[in-house]
Design a protein around this ligand. Structure first.
Ligand SMILES: Cc1cc2nc3c(=O)[nH]c(=O)nc-3n(C[C@H](O)[C@H](O)[C@H](O)COP(=O)(O)OP(=O)(O)OC[C@H]3O[C@@H](n4cnc5c(N)ncnc54)[C@H](O)[C@@H]3O)c2cc1C
Length: 416
């Protein structure tokens, strides 16, 4: 009797892995264990549509029937406490254990905690799960002032949503620009300018000294400038940390995440790791990364299923990400960290432009604001290893498209 695959974590990566195992013809038991009680759901809407609409319900990843017809045993509200990599067994909180032939760790990440005086007050929240989003939604209906700690994607999405709903919002960011780790300065300053124009106050190079409150509830954030900012709600959005404790305690190799190879195998080959918790050498940049995106989670899940079913593909997906901040749809493709030159195309004043990043002569990333066609073309070009010259990019979107099509025709005519 085969024990099959046990997947720990029923988020974007875990659910896709279960589906892909069946797509690949894997015919033995698949058990999907998640510590949340909900039917697995999409996380991106939580900071966008869900918190502004009191009637919104979680968008489920798959209908309940999918698990039944796919013979995927979904165990909700169950926490995996330990892995024994030698005995190939998982121990569950509250008792019980499950044996496996292969295990996939898809445990995701959790919000980084800010240790701060007053951090334990009611109204100090962070956002990862639908339960967190419900708390934010309920409280935001009853408050006037919100302070967001951290000018990253999630913090800014929430800021824009709350501000559009009539709250007074202040964003506090320690660095000298918003989205500093993620996008080019041109995009940071554009986002800042539009958020400020919509009434959001943005303080950069500023931190919070402490939170103050009474009767157990937050009332104000005291900024490093000494200013007292009224806040009946404080959202801490200062990044996430990978859920890698299970792996570390089992002796698997970790380094800013669970280390995996190009086939998603950890240092114990029968245990794989995927999604927000996995760190690996990225084929595209040659750098060690841990990416937090739906694309990364689902593409790695598909590959993990291929690995378990005996294929030898190596991870080669083009990384991409999106974020909706007020009236700005940001889309990023590629990895821009090694950018040494960039070119802005489009119309910044019209809220529609892209930043093309080069590392030497190679196009390595495109960051777009309300230019989805640039993003989609970028995914194709980077996937095909095609770099338009800076001159072609400067000539406009049509020139880039036709240069790419010409190159594709040439490859088709002469595949060698
Ligand atoms: C509010 C929000 C907005 C986002 N917006 C975007 C966006 O616009 N675009 C984008 O690309 N990405 C976005 N992301 C990021 C994206 O959602 C994540 O990258 C993605 O969810 C990662 O998938 P995952 O399966 O690795 O982790 P998750 O989806 O977090 O799933 C992990 C699951 O494992 C469970 N778990 C952990 N440990 C255990 C255990 N020991 N036992 C049992 N269960 C366990 C967790 O509770 C969780 O349910 C957003 C994330 C959030 C929170």
């Amino acid at each position: 009797m085969k024990n099959g695959v046990v997947i720990v974590g029923a988020g974007h990566a875990g659910v896709q892995a279960a589906a892909s195992l069946r797509d690949e013809g894997y015919d033995v038991p698949v058990t999907l264990i998640g510590d949340e009680n909900e039917l697995p759901y999409h996380k991106p809407p939580l900071s966008k549509t869900f918190i502004k609409d009191s009637a919104a319900v979680p968008q489920i990843l798959r209908a309940e029937a999918f698990y039944e017809t796919g013979r995927i045993e979904l165990r909700r509200g169950v926490l995996v406490e330990r892995i024994d990599p030698v005995g190939k067994r998982l121990d569950l909180a509250g008792g019980g254990s499950i044996s496996f032939d292969a295990a996939i760790l898809a445990t995701g990440s959790r919000p980084r905690v800010l240790r701060l005086g007053g951090g334990e007050l009611g109204g100090v929240l962070s956002l990862r799960s639908v339960a967190d989003a419900r708390s934010i939604r309920e409280l935001s209906a009853r408050i006037e002032d919100a302070v967001i700690l951290g000018g990253g994607f999630i913090g800014l999405e929430i800021a824009a949503t709350l501000s559009a709903g009539g709250r007074r919002v202040t964003v506090i960011e320690a660095q000298d620009r918003l989205l500093g780790r993620a996008v080019a300065p041109a995009i940071s300053s554009h986002v800042r300018q539009r958020l400020e124009a919509s009434g959001i106050r943005v303080l950069t190079q500023t931190t919070v000294e402490r939170l103050e409150g009474s009767n157990g509830r937050v009332e104000a954030a005291i900024a490093s400038t000494g200013e007292r900012l009224p806040a009946q709600m404080v959202i801490v959005g200062i990044g996430v940390v990978p859920n890698m404790e299970l792996a570390a305690e089992a002796g698997l190799e970790t380094a800013n995440g669970i280390r995996v190879d190009g086939q998603m195998r950890t240092s114990v080959p029968e245990i794989l790791a995927i999604g927000d918790n996995a760190s690996y050498r990225h084929w595209f940049s040659g750098a060690d990364v841990r990416l937090e995106s739906v694309q990364n989670a689902t593409d790695q899940a598909r590959l993990a299923a291929r690995t378990i079913t005996g294929h030898h593909d190596v991870y080669r997906s083009v990384p991409w990400f999106w974020s909706d901040i007020g009236d700005m749809k940001l889309q990023m493709v590629g990895l821009a960290q090694a950018s040494d030159r960039s070119l802005v195309v489009g119309d910044v004043s019209d809220n529609k432009f892209s930043v093309f990043h080069y590392g030497g002569e190679r196009l390595i990333a495109i960051e777009s604001v309300n230019r989805p066609a640039d993003h989609m073309l970028g995914r194709k070009m980077l996937g095909a290893g095609f770099s338009p010259s800076v001159e072609v990019v400067a000539a406009g979107a049509d020139a880039v498209k036709s240069a790419f099509m010409d190159a594709q025709k040439q490859v088709a005519a002469d595949p060698a």
